[in-house]
Design a protein around this ligand. Structure first.
Ligand code: TXA
Ligand code: MG
Length: 348
């Protein structure tokens, strides 16, 4: 199959809608990352998504809708979902509610719940509205690769597998949406994203974060969100995070990376100033910029054959939690204290 990559304009949208209506797949931009879309009401299209991604069959998909009215048709709506959707839709928030029979079970990988999101990107909105059905869309990467934040990333993973990619430029947020379980009394964040626990708590009074967000699940443990079980966001390079006071982090990162060939250091702007002996990649000035840059840098590292990455750990408040969740997973939870690294060096 030939894969066309076309700009997001009227012609591109018309072609995308044609393919989606025929049950085919199209990659399209959203404000978070690129999605790999298919008709959410068509079992064969859903099947094709799993196949194109090489996605494990037990990992459910998000149904993308235009807004609250459409969401109510497919999910059992409640007051919590209503308040959160009013506050954050359209935008980077996915709400888990009970699934109605109108939505095929296959999209939820057999779960009784359904993930719903109204994206704010105009191209995504245009597609959903023109199709008249919800669009099932996971991130448009091959399973196990970082989510794509440019059309080129999608092409790298999906060339020859899908007919069309709509190119809308780099994704604004750069990390996938916040996944929030809205089936209980208290909102529970299963995957952190740009809608932060602080923002949710401001809106509805409280917000819990699944404890598994910052640690690896044991093999015998059940995952609150199946996606957390699978090894996500993994670059080819082995990755280590370093936590601590900035000066010590700089020292530790330098020490670890300087001896190695093909090693990169990821750090916030300014942290590695004056250090010449290591190759530094700038994460940006804050967590927001780091979110925007992270997946791009991980893919760049793969392309350039980097074998080792040492990254500064970020504070876990606000959007920092989402960035750290992705960093920690990319590092297989190898997180070290700068002080320990330096002390060990002194002893040896
Ligand atoms: O920003 C995003 O969410 C992007 C764009 C394209 O919208 N999509 C995305 O989809 O990241 P995906 O499939 O890569 O991630 C969806 C996550 C997975 O971790 C999945 O396990 C979880 O949402 N999920 C989906 N349905 C669920 C459900 N019913 N219960 C619990 N978790 C669910
Ligand atoms: Mg994904």
């Amino acid at each position: 199959m030939r894969t066309l990559c076309v700009p997001v304009n009227q012609e591109g949208i018309i072609e995308a809608v044609r393919i989606l209506k025929e049950g085919g797949l199209v990659a399209f931009p959203t404000e978070t990352v690129y999605g790999l879309g298919g008709n959410a009401l068509n079992e064969q299209a859903i099947e094709a998504i799993f196949e194109a991604k090489g996605r494990p069959g037990d990992n459910p998909l998000i149904a993308h809708v235009s807004g609250i009215e459409e969401a109510k048709r497919y999910g059992e709506w409640n007051d919590l979902a209503q308040s959160l959707a009013e506050a954050f839709w359209p935008g980077p928030l996915t709400l888990i509610v009970a699934r109605k029979p109108d939505m095929p079970a296959r999209i939820s990988a057999g779960l009784s719940t359904l993930a719903l999101r109204a994206p704010s990107h105009p191209a995504a909105q245009a597609l959903i509205k023109a199709c008249g059905f919800p669009i099932a869309a996971p991130s448009a990467n091959r399973s196990g690769c970082p989510s794509p934040t440019t059309a080129k990333h999608v092409l790298n993973d999906m060339d020859g597998v899908i007919p069309l990619i709509l190119d809308g430029g780099p994704s604004e947020v750069g990390l996938e949406s916040t996944v929030l379980d809205a089936t209980g009394e208290v909102p529970l964040i299963l995957r952190p994203g740009a809608v932060t626990p602080e923002m949710v708590a401001m809106t509805v009074g409280e917000c819990k974060v699944a404890e598994s967000v910052m640690r690896q699940l044991r093999d015998d443990e059940s995952a609150p969100s199946p996606g957390m079980r699978h090894k996500h966001y993994a670059p080819k390079a082995r990755m280590t995070l370093v936590e601590g006071e900035t000066g010590k982090v700089r020292e530790a990162l330098t020490l670890m990376a300087a001896r190695l060939e093909n090693a990169w250091v990821f750090a916030l702007d300014g942290v590695m100033d004056g250090v010449e002996e290591v190759k530094v990649k700038n994460l940006g000035r804050d967590a927001k910029e780091a979110a925007h840059n992270l997946f791009y840098l991980l893919r760049q590292a793969d392309e350039e054959g980097v074998t080792r990455i040492f990254a500064q750990a970020l504070p876990k408040d606000g959007l920092g939690l989402a960035v750290m969740n992705r960093l920690a997973r990319a590092a297989g939870f190898d997180i070290r204290q700068a002080e320990d690294v330096l002390q060990f060096q002194e002893k040896s």
